[in-house]
Design a protein around this ligand. Structure first.
Ligand SMILES: *[C@@H]1O[C@H](CO)[C@@H](O)[C@H](O)[C@H]1NC(C)=O
Length: 247
């Protein structure tokens, strides 16, 4: 009896995979990281084999997101098949890994690689190869968008190029410093004014436990082309005053 339930579940798995790849989402987060804050932690960082990145925000990813978290149980088909016990019971706030049969091909994004090296460099110590970072982001997030490989990376690059966060912050007097701290509200205000849209902010801690601005989450419509005001607040672990460490 138990066996046959498992067998039916296995037979239907491809169907679940198809449903997952057609998954709807509501908006994107364009996530950019400040390299000084990535590196200035207990873990540290490594530069990619293309050399030390510029002292500029770098893309982390373009992430499809839901406007409202869903509990996996709402998907009745999955529930009936007992697959909830395979770890799907948790809340889902975004879709991920929507199509493992579509790995990133360097060929598809060849004309973007130079720009990607500059704007989307890896700082992880795992491999030093930014292509591995891009492949991971494509597999986890990009496959859940409606964009093809070239469209996905081109969309993120175009948005980053259009709104230079480093310059927007500098215009408001918010520049990297070992000593100064900045009001979180002045950072939010500068980004809202400089881009025309409200973003979310995430902080991390440096090696001595001080709070620093780590990532900016700009919200983007489903086409991947236009910024929107972020529809959701975020618990970004920031304090009222934060640092922006030099890189
Ligand atoms: C963004 O602005 C900063 C500060 O003005 C500048 O150094 C940097 O080159 C700009 N980045 C790009 C990609 O233009």
């Amino acid at each position: 009896m138990r066996l046959s339930v498992v067998a039916v579940a296995l037979l239907l798995l491809p169907l679940v995979a198809v449903l997952a790849s057609a998954e709807q989402f509501d908006f994107f987060y364009l996530v950019q990281q400040w390299p000084g804050s990535f590196c200035d932690t207990q873990q540290g960082c490594c530069f990619p084999d293309t050399g030390k990145p510029a002292a500029d925000f770098g893309i982390h990813g373009l992430w499809p997101n839901y406007a409202k978290c869903r509990s996996a149980g709402e998907r009745e088909l999955v529930g009936e098949m007992g697959l909830v016990d395979m770890g799907l019971r948790r809340k889902k706030c975004w879709p991920e890994y929507c199509n493992d049969g579509n790995p990133l091909s360097l060929w598809e994004i060849k004309d973007l690689v130079k720009q990607l090296d500059q704007s989307w460099p890896t700082l992880s110590c795992k491999s030093g190869k930014s292509m591995e970072f891009w492949s991971y982001e494509w597999r986890k997030h990009g496959t859940c968008s409606d964009l093809d490989q070239h469209g996905y990376f081109a969309a993120a690059l175009a948005l980053k190029a259009r709104y230079n966060l480093t310059a927007i912050l500098a215009d408001a007097g918010i520049v990297p410093s070992d000593d100064d701290t900045y009001f979180l509200s002045s950072i939010s205000d500068a980004i809202a004014e400089g881009t025309g849209f409200k973003a979310n902010l995430e902080c991390n801690r440096d090696a001595s436990g001080e709070t620093q601005l780590f990532q900016v989450y700009q919200c983007v419509d489903r086409s991947g082309k236009r910024l929107i005001d972020c529809p959701l607040p975020m618990q970004g672990k920031c304090r009222d005053r934060v640092k922006l460490p030099p890189f």
